[in-house]
Write a protein that binds this ligand. Sequence first.
Ligand SMILES: [Zn+2]
Length: 351
Amino acid sequence: MSLNIELLKKTCEIAGVPGYEERIRNLVIREVEPLVDSLEVDNMGSVIALKKGSNNPDGKRVMVAAHMDEIGFIVTHIDDNGFLRFHTLGGFDPKTLTAQRVVVHGKKDLVGVMGSKPIHVMTAEERTKNPKITDYFIDLGMKGEEVKEIVRIGDVVTRERAMIEMGNCVNCKSIDNRVSVFILIETLRRLEKVPYDVYGVFTVQEEVGLRGANVAAHSINPDFGIGLDTTIAFDLPGAQPHEKITSLGEGTAIKVMDASAICDYRMVDFMKKMADQHQIKWQLEVLTAGGTDTAGVQRMGKQGAIAGAISVPTRHLHQVIEMADKDDIESSIRLLEACLENMDQYDWMHW
Ligand SMILES: [Zn+2]
């Protein structure tokens, strides 16, 4: 099956920083509503789509979470010359901001650039130092009065980068985590009968601490959980074999753990079996830093959930040129579909 690249491109390019997910949420609602039995938006803004189970006398619930938000910025100050200061929403590596274009979402969208001190006027000492977030300002190329008419304190800012195809890969801002939003939409489209009730949840505010997933899991109270997110692929020059975490093109990644959650070994085992049975290429992921919605899904229901996660190996994570392999994306859709359609085919009560 070939990927719907047009939908993936739209999904990645659209703006939506933590707390301001309205544009991506509207896209998700439009795509998902026709595919499910019911759809609602909770008070925090997460989209909860339900596909009813066909063999479910015990009312088992499976929650699948993909965060909609992307890392971005919020305006903290506008100076008289029209330059903006900002705070980050989510984790950035400051050196990756140099000379990047951004979009400031004021009364209308304005393109800006991340400015900093040119190397020509740096002291010898300054040249040896890594930049800090506070070294940057946003230059809109407009006069102070003009800027103040359109931009206010608290307006949000996103990275500006169109999606392109390179080799067998896609490259864009916000592959983290729009690729998983896309995977969840496409899985809901392909799903045939599911035994248990499947709650496809498109969460808010993950990048600032799994906030939307926590609330949604508390209300859904799932028995089973699957997180969907990107993970590090450090399969690059200079990396030692033990530092790679995952590699592009080596298949979807079955998470064993990250810093926020130790996946249930039964879920890990079930995912491996499903992948093998369906001839889906997979690799294992052990990530010792970084958290995902998996933690919220696992722990915020009343009795906890049997939880695991499917990750998309991604290079250059949290930069403006995040990159994933199209075959790994397809493998992730196929593994999620296989898991959801066969959830009742595993002895979950064995310890
Ligand atoms: Zn993410």
